[in-house]
Design a binder for this molecule. Sequence first.
Ligand SMILES: C[S@@+](CC[C@H](N)C(=O)[O-])C[C@H]1O[C@@H](n2cnc3c(N)ncnc32)[C@H](O)[C@@H]1O
Length: 307
Amino acid sequence: MIKSPLNYTGNKSRLLDQLFSRFPQKINKFVDMCCGGASVGLNVNAKYVICFDNNKKVIELLQTLRFLSEKSIVDRVEEFINTFNLSDTFNKGYDIYRKYIEGNNGLKQFNAEGYSKLRSFYNERALNTKRDNAVCLFTLLVFCFNNDLRFNSVGKFNMPVGKTDFNKSIRKKLTSFKYGVNNKDVDFSQNDFKILKDLDLNRDDFVYIDPPYLITNAVYNESGSKWDEVKETELLSVLSYLDDRGIRFALSNVLKKGDEENKILSSWIKINKFNTHYINYHYRSSSYNKKDRATPEEEILITNYDV
Ligand SMILES: C[S@@+](CC[C@H](N)C(=O)[O-])C[C@H]1O[C@@H](n2cnc3c(N)ncnc32)[C@H](O)[C@@H]1O
């Protein structure tokens, strides 16, 4: 499995088997719409893959990690680490940091100051190029809480410092990602889901959509343009448009969460007689809110074809 170096909230890496067993056997062009960390697009078996997300920063990050060599990414991240005096357990070992570790806070205390400076540096647009900005954001992602990507309403990265650093595990994910993008015909593009109406799609192509879910709270629902009933309805009408043209699609979503139900979605499924497949999984990191985490969610995959 190709790992995404973006530990994206709600990523589908643990659900891939369940998804792929319900995808068509032969796919020419695969569209990963609302791709996030692109865990689906990077692993699907298709001739061409195009990953879309409307988050410019996410797409620039994916494009940059694909464009630059692994060595130049690692070298640049290590430069940021040295400049901002961040921990480097991969090269220096853990021992020199032990005295800064309290309870289960990992490297948080050691990195707090340097991380905060790096975040201000990034938010003040101190860098010259788009690529350098993206690698700086990648460094922040490596050092921030939960490795989550979150921006405030004015576009500033606002995650607090986390417990880990540029360790073996994240380096391995980067290697895996580089292997994936070098061995696959995959593209990343910033676009809204409405682009689906304008793509040149045929009956042997396939669209997978993993939008924000109306009844769950993930970080990408908090900042920027919020996912709401209007967007949900627009997306479903775009999917109906694809269906009318014989284009196969699969939509991930959550139909019920505790007592809450996404009624817009359930009535659309019913009216169109689409197929609903139940996916066996509850997100653990989709919310910081304990109450939210404890509420069971009904994760589903909706298809406009028989599996
Ligand atoms: C559930 S996440 C996708 C996770 C992804 N499948 C993965 O495995 O990492 C939802 C994504 O939808 C994107 N999104 C939100 N509104 C969108 C829109 N109008 N058009 C396209 N993408 C959108 C968000 O930026 C976010 O990355």
